[in-house]
Design a protein around this ligand. Structure first.
Ligand SMILES: [Zn+2]
Length: 414
């Protein structure tokens, strides 16, 4: 591939799977065989054992990956929760600022054909995510069955292209509700018969209900993994290509009484699988903590595109440096810093430190460490949260008055 006047470039594939916590993948040690495809990919790859997501939900995490910047410095740290029946034209939502330069924009500038198929309502064009993409298909919150035909279609143009391609696929499942996927070996008959589970239903539920939710969740992970195997074959992913597999955040299943995500910054919510493969990447299990943000620079470097100051290039062994995460919930902002095995979380209630080597489940809070507190202070001082750009925002009512947007549908009379 590539034209005669330029050195040939590898195709670049970015596969992100929503809500996938690292320890439920067999690649990261889960006893159920949830991710055989990822494990095969991991064989010749850098497997980041301790990849910290920038936040515990989609928007900040993926904004950071795509721009190489901290989500809070580009105003992508807070957004309303969305609902299925909501019209996105009516939502006051932050948009990925035009002033940022995304992976797709950088690769497009290097002659790449750029394509995305994404399943998550937060990732629609309207919210700025299509910057730099030649084609951008977003399918709301859809199962892989709805993503599949779009990827089949895309595969034809990728395989027939004389340009190198950048392809981003974001799968929504295993996000809740947790469904019983037919053919999952560890499901019981009862699992198939019951209705899908949601995190809300699990609060205060019996341990067996949580176990069932985990069986369903694991089944959805297995389904996403096997779909990605097929998609990789169809897209013609080869050994010389650049492949990054990652998740945006994890999911809590009763730790500290939490269920779901976007609640806190403990490891069940922010430790994600992250596997990078390319000819220039040293295959290894990397123990040093890294951030999803580091993958911005690393992915580009693996494609021969140099950027600096946007995370780190972690294609080869790296020394530990502090890695940060942030979560905004209403008026409360939490921060976390991870340095080696030490992790410190700052909330309105104060600071807690955990020694993740001795206590990976963060059960015993230790006294805060002054150096980690200073690292957080320095980060917040040097890289303060910004407002960012918003779609609609306070002008919604004015636009409605002018007839540019339809007013919100009124509930029908009883
Ligand atoms: Zn997500």
């Amino acid at each position: 591939m590539g034209c005669a006047s330029a050195p040939s470039r590898p195709d670049v594939f970015l596969f992100t799977v929503d809500t996938l916590r690292a320890d439920r993948t067999s690649t990261y040690g889960h006893t159920r065989s949830t991710t055989p495809f990822l494990s095969e990919l991991a064989e010749g790859s850098a497997v980041f054992e301790q990849c910290q997501a920038p936040s515990s939900w989609t928007v900040p995490s993926l904004a950071s990956l795509h721009t190489g910047q901290h989500a809070w410095t580009i105003g992508m740290h807070d957004a309303p929760s969305l609902h299925v029946d909501q019209r996105l034209e009516q939502v006051d939502h932050p948009a990925l600022p035009e002033s940022t330069t995304t992976l797709a924009e950088r690769l497009s500038a290097e002659g790449y054909a750029t394509h995305a198929v994404v399943s998550n309502r937060h990732l629609v064009k309207r919210f700025g995510w299509a910057q730099g993409f030649d084609t951008y298909r977003s399918v709301g919150w859809a199962p892989v069955d709805e993503v599949d035909p779009l990827v089949q279609e895309l595969a034809e143009s990728v395989r027939g292209s004389t340009q190198p391609s950048f392809v981003w696929i974001h799968l929504f499942d295993p996000h809740d509700p947790y469904f019983a996927v037919p053919g999952t070996p560890w499901l019981t008959e009862g699992d198939h018969a019951a209705s899908p589970g949601t995190p809300g239903e699990l609060v205060g539920a019996e341990p067996e209900a949580v176990e069932r939710a985990l069986r369903l969740y694991d089944g959805e992970i297995r389904d996403a993994d096997s779909w990605l195997r097929r998609a990789s074959e169809v897209l013609g992913v080869g050994d010389d290509d650049v492949v990054l597999f990652a998740s945006d955040h994890g999911e809590a299943f009763g730790e500290r009484g939490h269920f779901g995500h976007r609640r806190a910054l403990y490891q069940e919510s922010i430790r994600v699988p992250c596997v990078l493969r390319a000819p220039s990447v040293t295959a290894r299990r990397e123990p040093a903590p890294v951030g999803l943000r580091d993958m911005h620079q690393s992915l580009l470097a693996a494609a021969g595109v140099d950027v600096s100051g946007l995370g780190r290039d972690v294609r080869r062994e790296v020394a530990p440096v502090p890695v940060f995460s942030q979560l905004v919930r209403g008026s409360h902002t939490s921060w976390a810093v991870r340095d080696g095995n030490q992790k410190q979380i700052r909330t309105a209630a104060g600071e807690q430190r955990f020694d993740l080597a001795a206590d990976p489940g963060e059960r015993t809070a230790l006294a805060p460490n002054a150096a980690l507190s200073s690292a957080l202070d320095a980060l917040i001082r040097s890289d303060p949260p910004a407002e960012g750009e918003r779609v609609l925002g306070p002008k919604t009512a004015e636009l409605e008055a002018l007839g540019y947007v339809d007013p919100a549908p009124k509930p029908s009379a009883p």
